[in-house]
Every structure is written in structure tokens, then in C-alpha cells.
Design a protein around this ligand. Structure first.
Ligand code: FAD
Length: 503
């Protein structure tokens, strides 16, 4: 928004919009470099997960981060992933992510673990390698914070509360970016909040950082930008694409708008957020996934962060997305083996807000789980062709007997026959953790215009315009980026010259 001769209510060096992990790392880095930082956060300060409290997607995350250990191998992996060398090659020169950004991210991410340790975070090693079988995959290990995403964010909150150079304004949603006649971003307009009964303007002498997450909870944006609709997300309902609107107004280039780190989720009307469900249970139990016509469509084995794309198939004759919704079908063995939603290693996503019942009895009573005494009854309740579901289960059980799945190559250990009635189903939708789209930024975090020129005074980091495109590297990729690029941009923005009376 161009404002001639603006009047400023507040003045600071750096304005950071959004208090997730990315904004937090950037704020600490800029403050440690001597800059005065003001964080604008739209949610209210609060310690619990109630809707409206400061409970960002970072709080709701599993708190796992991917740690590269070797530079060249890491770069190889990201370049292969960026150009999708395992499938089709992209025809653009730099693929989805751009080599400069991959290099800058890698160089910084190599130091994530040591930075976190130096700042008093507690974490444990939980894995080796990464999700895709691509060159360089051996370069990664992963760690999880004590008490997952909430534990991580509580440590950020302690550090930020103790940092005299940082002020946090809660319930203060940024609404517009303020520019001068040359298009430089001078500051931000924010709606009324706890500390300010009216709209305020804040002058940012060294720059504005947009670290406000994605557009998981803006229905129009999801319909227009993602590959299939509806898509439901498991993170914070505060991520309503405000950054997309604000950055578009000042001429920013958007990228990765059709990309999501996602799979399949359950969505129940009582909660804004979707639920990740636990297919296998404590011990492997039989289950299949079928489309709305009762047919299997994939190797059901947990597909990391890309199963989502398989749900985007469209039938041009029926004018229908046959896998939206799809159904998780299981028998009594799974129903009685464990809660259907119990994320391993910590309470994440909507599970922070809902106590799933033992034996799944409440969820059956709520209608979240659908039961049929026979397969025929289940198919009728799901309004799918009865003969299809019965045939699908018969065929699948035959594969289990033979120990081979000629259709989808499901591994032998995973081929467990369905047979113990009653049968159950949960309606599943495209969705998962997060979108990756937002304003495109360069290796220094500067947001670019449509001609790849930095917009002066404007920066981006984290999930808002993530460097990851269609493929997501592995569990822990987003937080790893938030930490690494948060530090890059925090240093960069802090060293900017102070504007002197720019108009
Ligand atoms: C259930 C779940 C599990 C996940 N697990 C992992 C994991 O283990 N590892 C991993 O790497 N990734 C994981 N992810 C993804 C990861 O959590 C996110 O991509 C990452 O936390 C995003 O961080 P961020 O700082 O960019 O944004 P966010 O954490 O989304 O923070 C953005 C902040 O901006 C605020 N905001 C939005 N609009 C405005 C506005 N207009 N004005 C002011 N403030 C605003 C929001 O309220 C929010 O506090 C998971 C996601 C989910 C949902």
C-alpha cells in the first residue's frame, strides 16, 4: 500500500510478521546482532492449545527436524528432488527450488544442531536417512525436541521473553505492507490488538520479514491454488494466507502455490483442524484404502509426504475425483488393537485439543468411525457399489494368501487379510501438515518481484514460500528450513542500513 508521508505509531529496526519457529529464529538472530525487533502475532498470548491462543503450526508440529551432515551429498539430494530425477525431469533450468537457494539453505542447515544446542534446546536423535531413495539420502539424520513442537516453542518463548531487543505484540494481525513511491517497503499496518485499540502503523527501519506460515485455512486459496479440493490440514487455523494477499499487493512473485506436504487425513466437523490417523496400529493389523467406488488405488504402506498427489486424479468422463473422499477400511483386529489416532512420539496437530477414547468407542458413537456387521452393510453405509468392495476385499485377501500384491506391490509383511467382522471405515480426505506456497525469495531471503528483482525492505522465510517444491525431502524438512533460513534472513536484515527519512 503506497502511503505518502506516512505517520508512524511505532518505530523499530525489524518487523517480523508471525511468531512461529521461523519468525522466532530470525528475531533472535537479528536481536543478537543488535537490531531492535518487533514481532507481530495475530493469535493471543496463551499457553494452552485452545483455539485463538498462540498455537502456531510450529507448536502443533511433531518437533522433528532433518539435520544434514555432509554438504555435497545433501546438495545432490536436494537437486535430485528439485528436478524430480526419480520421475520426470522438470524443464526449467533450476527445477523447483533453485540451486542458489539449495546451496544457501544447506550451508546454514549444517549448523542447525549446534545452534539449537547452544540455545539450550533439548532433543534426541530419532532417525537416519530421508524419505526418497535419491542420491545423497545417506547424508541425513533427524532429531526430535523434547515434548515435540510445543516443547520447541516453549524454549523459543523463554529465549524471546528474556531478550531485551525483542517486543512481541500479540493479537496484532498485520494487514498491509506500507511502501513509498519507489516501491520500498517501509513498514506495516496492523489491526487493533491487545496493546493497541486501533489500527497502527509500524515503521521498520531495516526491513520487514514475512514469516506467517501458509494458506491451509483459506478455502478460496486452497480451491484456486492446490491440485484438488477439498484439502484439509492438521496445523494452525491462524494460517489463512494473509501473507499471500499482502505480498501480492506490493508486486511479489508467488511460487510453489500448488505444492503441499500432505497425504490423507480425517476431518470431523467439530474441529477446524484435520486429524492424522494411525493406519497400522501397535502391531501390524489388516487394512486397505479404497476409493469412493470401493476399489484399491495404491500401495497403502505409509507414503510419507506425497500420498496426497495420488488423490488428485480426475475422471474426465464422470467429472469426478474418485479418491475424494477415500476410505480407510479395517476389521475388528485394528479397531481393538489401539486408538486410531495416537501420534507416535508426542501429541501433535489437533490431538493436542482432543482426547481420543480408548477402544475408539466415543468416535464410533460420534459417527467418525462407520461400522458394518458385514462388508455388504459397510459398503451400503458408505454409499459405494457393494459388489466392488466385496470383490476388492476378496482379491486383496487372495494376494495375502499368495504373499504377492501384483497390483500395487505391497510388501509381503504388510499383506494381512481382512476377515474379523464387524468391519469399519473412516472417511479420508486429501490433506496433511502444510502448504509450501508463498512469496518467492532469494538465497538472502529477499522477496522477489515478477522479474526476480528483490523488493527493497521485504524478506520471507519458513513455510511462507518454502524452498521445497512438489517433493518434500523428509519428516523434519520444514523445521530445518525455518531454522536455517531464519538465521540467514535474521543476519541479513539486521545488517541493513537504517533508512533516513525515505518517502
Ligand atoms: C501436525 C503437524 C506436524 C508437523 N510436524 C513437523 C515435523 O515434525 N517437522 C517439520 O519439519 N515440520 C513439521 N510440520 C510442518 C511445520 O510445523 C511447519 O511447516 C512449520 O512449523 C512452519 O513454521 P513457520 O514459522 O513458517 O510458520 P508457523 O508456525 O505457521 O507460524 C506462523 C505464525 O504467523 C502467525 N500469523 C499468520 N498470519 C498473521 C498475520 N497476518 N499477522 C500476524 N501474525 C500472523 C500465525 O498465527 C503463526 O503464529 C508439521 C505440521 C503439522 C501441522
Amino acid at each position: 500500500m503506497l502511503v505518502l508521508d506516512p505517520k508512524w505509531d511505532l518505530e523499530t529496526d525489524v518487523v517480523i510478521i508471525g511468531y512461529g519457529s521461523s519468525g522466532a529464529v530470525a528475531a533472535l538472530t537479528a536481536a543478537e546482532a543488535g537490531a531492535k525487533v518487533t514481532i507481530l502475532e495475530k493469535q493471543r498470548r496463551g499457553t494452552g492449545p485452545e483455539v485463538g491462543n498462540h498455537y502456531s503450526t510450529s507448536h502443533m508440529s511433531g518437533g522433528v527436524y532433518l539435520q544434514p551432515t555432509e554438504r555435497e551429498a545433501t546438495i545432490k539430494y536436494f537437486r535430485a528432488m528439485s528436478r524430480m530425477e526419480s520421475g520426470y525431469a522438470t524443464t526449467t533450468e533450476h527445477g523447483w527450488s533453485g540451486d542458489d537457494l539449495i546451496d544457501a539453505y544447506t550451508d546454514e542447515a549444517l549448523h542447525n544442531h549446534e545452534w539449537l544446542e547452544a540455545h539450550g534446546f533439548v532433543m534426541e536423535k530419532v532417525g537416519e536417512g530421508a524419505e526418497h531413495n535419491l542420491p545423497g539420502v545417506e547424508s541425513f539424520v533427524s532429531y526430535r525436541f523434547e515434548r515435540s513442537g510445543v516443547g520447541m516453542m516453549r524454549r523459543f518463548e523463554e529465549l524471546i521473553d528474556a531478550e531485551p531487543n525483542i517486543t512481541v505484540l500479540y493479537t496484532t494481525p498485520a494487514t498491509r505492507l506500507i511502501t513509498n513511491t519507489s516501491g520500498e517497503v517501509l513498514g506495516v499496518e496492523a489491526a487493533a490488538g491487545e496493546t493497541n485499540p486501533q489500527t497502527i502503523t509500524i515503521r521498520a527501519n531495516r526491513g520487514v520479514l514475512m514469516a506467517m506460515g501458509g494458506f491451509e485455512f483459506d478455502e478460496d486459496m486452497k480451491l484456486n491454488y492446490l491440485k484438488v479440493y477439498p484439502t484439509y490440514f492438521t496445523g494452525s487455523e491462524a494460517t489463512t494466507g494473509d501473507g499471500v494477499r499482502m505480498a501480492t499487493e506490493v508486486g511479489a512473485q508467488m511460487w510453489h502455490m500448488n505444492c503441499a506436504s500432505a497425504r490423507i487425513v480425517a476431518k470431523f466437523p467439530e474441529f477446524p483442524n484435520a486429524f492424522s490417523l494411525w493406519m497400522t496400529g501397535v502391531r501390524p493389523t489388516p487394512y486397505i484404502l479404497v476409493d469412493k467406488y470401493g476399489k484399491r488405488f495404491t500401495n497403502e504402506k505409509f507414503k510419507g509426504h506425497t500420498l496426497y498427489y495420488e488423490l488428485t486424479v480426475f475422471d474426465s468422463h464422470k467429472l469426478d475425483f474418485p479418491r475424494v473422499p477415500c476410505y480407510w477400511i479395517f476389521d475388528t483386529k485394528r479397531m481393538t488393537s489401539a486408538k486410531l489416532a495416537a501420534a507416535g512420539g508426542g501429541v501433535t496437530g489437533a490431538m493436542g485439543r482432543y482426547a481420543w477414547s480408548s477402544g475408539n468407542v466415543d468416535e464410533l458413537a460420534r459417527g467418525w468411525i462407520i461400522k458394518g456387521d458385514t462388508l455388504e452393510e459397510l459398503a451400503e453405509k458408505l454409499e459405494m457399489p457393494v459388489e466392488n468392495l466385496v470383490q476388492t476385499v476378496q482379491t486383496y485377501n487372495g494376494y495375502c494368501e499368495e504373499g504377492v500384491d501384483p497390483e500395487f506391490d505391497r510388501a509381503q509383511v504388510d499383506l494381512l487379510p481382512l476377515g474379523e467382522a464387524p468391519y469399519y471405515a473412516v472417511r479420508m480426505w486429501p490433506g496433511g501438515p502444510n502448504t509450501q506456497g508463498g512469496a518467492r525469495h532469494n538465497a538472502q531471503g529477499q522477496i522477489l518481484d515478477m522479474y526476480d528483482r528483490p523488493i527493497p525492505g521485504l524478506y520471507g522465510s519458513g513455510e511462507f514460500g518454502s524452498l521445497f517444491g512438489m517433493l518434500y525431502p523428509s519428516a523434519g524438512g520444514n523445521l530445518s528450513e525455518c531454522f536455517a533460513m531464519g538465521r540467514v534472513v535474521g543476519r541479513e536484515i539486521a545488517k541493513n542500513r537504517v533508512y533516513v527519512g525515505a518517502k
